[in-house]
Design a protein around this ligand. Structure first.
Ligand SMILES: [Fe+2]
Length: 303
């Protein structure tokens, strides 16, 4: 098995319909920094120029996920590897890369049709300290763990596993096994850095390409504050605070203005380098507040 692989989820592109609602949500609930330079909308979470790129779109869904490789040699090796795997890709032009604020990137698709970007050399604005959209007790945990994790719609669990394992070089497997409504679910969580998982999939049918984005903070009180602010401002909560068994994350889940969810967490553990699984999913809490995991009636799948 090859050692070539991505090293972190560096950025996400999202298409959103209601810019005003998102501006309030991202700044005042999540504590992200809203960026607007020459009409290019983005969200910052640290020194990086952006962690989330925003396009106005009726899709209200994730548009692309940007995964990092270390540098130019790894970027060339990845291209060679993609050719060997027979995976079609397109290297972006220098002008496109400059617009994306990376040195180089290429595009391909995952088995569900999600647009994937592999890049190196993000623009890091160290002269511009991170300025949270609202007061924070601490800061976002990014660094070598990337911006967080995403749980995504899969294009068949086995095919999706093969893609993220063999093509992108992530590792992982089933971490929880459960049955609900007579249907057995075995979601897979995969890592590529010190974060327990960078992606999760296999949670059942999803109405959007993304189920949730998890962002982590380094102070427990910021999770409590986000929870208070969500409740105070009428943000729908999907799952009450609790602690996951696989990544030890103390978190809660709330709906974004686009209908998909944000997990806001603290205290995540690094990945297990040898596989293990459990039958419950949580150490405690994470009680489902909405009617179902997808926020839709009749699609009950915890995770
Ligand atoms: Fe999560």
């Amino acid at each position: 098995m090859t050692n070539i692989g991505v090293t972190e989820l560096g950025y996400l592109g999202i298409g959103i319909r209601d810019l005003d609602a998102w501006r309030f949500y991202a700044s005042e609930i999540l504590g992200m920094e809203w960026g607007d330079s020459n009409g290019e909308l983005s969200l910052r979470m640290d020194y990086w120029h952006h962690r989330i790129l925003i396009e106005q779109s009726d899709e209200d869904d994730v548009l692309f996920a940007g995964y990092r490789v270390a540098g130019p040699e790894e970027f060339r090796m990845m291209q060679h590897h993609l050719e060997e795997c027979g995976v079609p890709f397109k290297v972006a032009s220098p002008a496109e890369s400059e617009k994306r604020c990376v040195l180089e990137f290429l595009r391909l698709s995952d088995p569900a049709g999600l647009s994937i970007e592999i890049f190196h050399g993000p623009l890091v604005d160290r002269h511009k300290p991170y300025r949270p959209g609202r007061g924070m007790h601490g800061r976002f945990v990014t660094g070598s763990g990337g911006l967080g994790h995403i749980v995504i719609r899969d294009g068949g669990v086995e095919e999706t596993y093969r893609f993220y394992r063999q093509v992108l070089g992530m590792r992982g497997t089933v971490e929880v096994r459960f049955e609900m409504g007579g249907v057995r679910r075995e979601p897979i969580f995969m890592h590529c850095c010190e974060r327990d998982h960078t992606i999760g999939f296999g949670v059942g049918p999803l109405p959007k390409r993304i189920h949730h984005l998890m962002v982590e903070v380094d102070n427990l009180d910021d999770v409590g504050l986000a929870y208070d602010l969500a409740r105070r401002n009428g943000v729908p909560v999907l799952m009450a605070p609790g602690r996951h068994a696989n990544d030890s994350m103390f978190s809660f889940y709330m709906q974004t203005p686009s209908g998909w969810f944000c997990e806001y967490g603290y205290g995540g553990a690094p990945p297990n380098h040898q596989s293990e699984y459990n039958l419950v999913g949580d150490i405690w809490g994470h009680e489902m507040v909405a009617t179902s995991y997808t926020g839709e009636v009749g699609r009950e799948t915890p995770g």
